[in-house]
Design a protein around this ligand. Structure first.
Ligand code: ADP
Ligand code: MG
Length: 731
């Protein structure tokens, strides 16, 4: 037998097995070839119809029925010319995955005859059987209906599964009464509110700006494992993470993976999914190894937030599908392997004007720099005021393993801005006295601030990798988002708190102006006040250190390390006031969502707990007992030829150690099941979630500890589960 126990099941893939040839020499030749983008639309639509769709996209206005019919017929022609036979409304329910229900274009017109049909109605609205999607009690069962509605701002696309092509129409998903049941509907609302508030503030500086979009560039981390190992691990199959497994003798200590070359098998997989992504118009740009063995990352060029999120959801789905061809499995879980870095999804966020200006990029003139500072400081104030809500937006069972652990940003939300901008803020804070500013003072301050800002971009060394929310030159990077998350949740929160903050800012400035201050003075003074008020959220030190936890506590910043408690801040008075003021969620919707998230959390822990119990009792303990029998047999045989107990002393010790671990394991699994039973009786969903998080999950580490000890003791050839050393190093 080879020293790899699973050599026989390990997938052997040769170059010949998978054709990864790209459809052109240059990516630009096939980029977005499967997307009904503006150029395609223009080709297939009448000028009038094209105009009204573009206006609808730009202004969010309604598309009337006759235009919808035209658009539908042109999308159909385009899709059929590409070989599509079916269409689907594509949406993002709160299950975390994407959903589709395929219908064919074909409709019979008589016996043995038919035509391809796609009407405006079918484009605009559908009624999927929604009763099986989570709704948090929003839909009583008798009206278990919801419907999907076309989002014209995200272009239709064609997915190609083994040469079978389906047209996908991005849609929102709402209940029969119009309550949001998905991620996209509230996201669009939040982006709309941000647009309105930001345009108003922008007009202090530039009257030409008509629209502002939030921009998002995500960085997707993931692990890859050989498919055969994946299916050997029931825990990976049901929960996406390993519930057992001893850290290999070589993990990431050597830090050689990050800079190492990409293994060839992985490289071919990357090229394959990138090609598919490019055809779908997903602007993937970078690929590289990540810190842990078996861990990788990809990132696109940033886009408007709604499109960026659709693209991230499409990509995750695509990566799963393409992996099958390579006999690989992608793990998007935040913590698939204990003792090894977890995965995140950095969300790079900014705002951009329709005149092409990034509002978080330092400017070239004193005036544009004041605009930069305005948006920059308002972001800090927003994060300060709503830091608990931001924390809530990234809460999930998976992310609980990262936040607060030693590799990911902690569960304390703080903002890093770098030493230069720290100086700028200090200067601004100190320089304005209580009284009126005279013209000279204002000019001096304006110039001085301007002088300090321009070389900002050059200072690339000034990067704090430990901060959960860091300014990185021309955008904020929200790093605490989990790798499996739909970015919409944190983006809804960021857009909303920023919209609210900008509304307040406008009011504060206008109030000062109405009492006689000059506009620029009013802006500077308001910003000065904000710096004073939100200082405690700024932190430049090591976020992973113990001392930060203490300091944060003194500053009154929360450190909430578990999901159910973090989610409290999603529905508290402050959050619900914010969301209803902006019409992003009403109270009922918010509470329904909260319930769904708690339910998701409970289900995840329940599945993990069941899997853990089964694996312990059905896989791990039997392996240990088998080994005990081998030892007993051995001792018996030795005793036949020797009466010297020293000859079997080691065996006896191993036997006893095994017995000890088996006993504890059996007892702990029982206790865990009891904890589950108790928790299941709890009616209140929040209390139940806390019981699952604290009591049920509380047993995991003990069970794991003893099972992992057994892994070290039991004969390698008997151990039934693929080990970390096997799974982590892809060949
Ligand atoms: P890192 O050093 O963190 O890898 P990069 O410069 O590679 O940073 O950028 C990471 C992501 O940030 C990319 O997706 C990039 O497109 C995105 N990004 C850059 N500028 C902006 C912006 N103005 N708004 C949103 N995302 C941005
Ligand atoms: Mg980054």
């Amino acid at each position: 037998m080879s020293n790899n126990r699973f050599e026989s099941i390990r997938t052997v893939i040769s170059r010949k097995d998978i054709d990864i040839s790209r459809p052109g020499n240059k990516i630009s030749e096939y980029f977005a070839s499967n997307v009904f983008h503006r150029a395609a639309m223009q080709k297939f639509l009448s000028d009038d119809a094209y105009e009204s769709v573009v206006t609808a996209i730009n202004k969010g206005s309604k598309i009337d029925r006759t235009v919808a019919d035209q658009v539908a017929s042109s999308i159909k022609s385009w899709a059929i010319s590409k070989g599509a036979t079916h269409f689907t409304h594509w949406f993002q329910p709160l299950t975390g995955a994407t959903a589709e229900k395929h219908d064919t274009f074909f409709s019979p017109t008589g016996i043995a005859e038919g035509i391809e049909k796609f009407s405006g109605d079918a484009l605009v609205q559908q009624e999927p059987d929604a009763s099986s999607f989570p709704s948090g009690g929003l839909r009583a069962t008798f009206e278990a209906r919801g419907y999907t509605a076309w989002d014209p701002s995200s272009p239709a696309f064609i997915i190609d599964i083994q040469d079978e092509k389906t047209l996908c129409i991005p849609t929102i998903f709402v209940s029969y009464n119009g309550e949001a049941l998905d991620y996209k509907a509230p996201l669009l609302k939040s982006a709309h509110e941000l647009n309105k508030a930001a345009v108003d503030v922008c007009h202090y500086f530039d009257r030409n700006v008509k629209k502002i979009t939030a921009t998002l560039g995500w960085e997707q981390e993931y692990f890859l494992v050989d498919e055969s190992y994946f299916y050997n691990r029931p825990d990976l199959v049901v929960s996406g993470r390993t519930l057992f497994g001893h850290t290999p003798s070589k993990g990431q200590q050597l830090e050689d993976h990050y800079f190492g070359s990409i293994p060839e098998r992985v490289y071919r997989y990357m090229v394959d999914f990138e090609t598919e992504a490019h055809k779908l118009g997903i602007p993937l740009k970078t690929r590289h190894n990540e810190v842990a063995p078996g861990q990788f990352e990809c990132a696109p060029v940033f886009e408007e937030v709604n499109l960026a999120i659709d693209h991230n959801q499409m990509l995750m789905d695509l990566m799963n599908r393409v992996a099958r061809r390579h006999k690989l499995k992608v793990l998007f879980h935040e913590k698939p392997f204990a003792g090894i870095n977890g995965s995140g999804k950095h969300n790079n966020w900014s705002m951009q004007t329709d005149t092409g200006k990034n509002l978080l990029a330092p400017g070239k003139t004193p005036k544009t720099n004041l605009q930069f500072l305005t948006f920059f400081i308002n972001t800090i104030k927003a994060v300060h005021d709503y830091n608990d809500l931001i924390r809530a937006s990234i809460a999930s069972a998976g992310n609980d393993h990262r936040l607060g652990a030693n590799e990911a940003p902690p569960a304390i939300i703080s903002v890093f801005i770098g030493s230069q901008l720290t100086r700028v803020l200090q200067r601004l804070e100190k320089s304005i006295g209580k009284g009126k500013m005279d013209e000279q003072e204002r000019m001096d301050l304006r110039l001085e601030i301007h002088k300090q800002i321009p070389d900002l971009m050059l200072d690339n060394t000034d990067r704090n990798r430990t901060s959960p929310f860091a300014f990185t030159g021309n955008k904020f990077e929200f790093r605490a988002v989990g790798s499996s998350a739909n970015c919409a949740e944190p983006m809804i929160v960021l857009n909303s708190i920023m919209a609210k903050q900008l509304l307040d800012f406008k009011q504060d400035v206008d109030t000062l102006v109405s009492t006689g201050a000059k506009k620029e003075e009013a802006i500077l003074k308001t910003l000065q006040g904000y710096i004073k008020k939100s200082k405690r959220i700024l932190f430049e030190g090591d976020n992973y250190s113990e001392s930060w936890k203490k300091e944060a506590k003194q500053r009154g910043l929360n450190n909430i390390t578990d999901t159910p408690r973090a989610l409290d801040f999603m529905v508290d008075k402050k959050a619900s006031g914010l969301f209803s003021e902006l019409h992003v969620f009403d109270k009922k919707e918010l509470e329904a969502r909260h319930e769904i998230m708690l339910e998701n959390f409970i289900k995840k822990i329940q599945i993990e707990s069941r899997s853990m119990g089964n694996m312990t009792v059905n896989h791990i303990i039997p392996a240990a007992i088998k080994y005990q029998n081998l030892i007993l047999e051995n001792i018996n045989n030795i005793q036949k030829i020797s009466s010297d107990s020293a000859q079997w002393q080691a065996q006896e010790e191993i036997f006893i150690e095994l017995a000890g671990h088996i006993q504890i394991l059996y007892k702990e699994v029982k206790a865990m099941i009891n904890a589950r039973k108790k928790a299941n009786k709890i009616k209140d969903i929040r209390t139940k979630a806390i019981a699952y998080g604290d009591q049920v999950r509380g047993h995991f580490s003990i069970i794991r500890y003893h099972a992992d000890k057994l892994e070290l003791l039991v004969d390698d050839r008997i151990w039934p589960l693929a080990k970390y050393r096997e799974m982590l190093f892809i060949r």
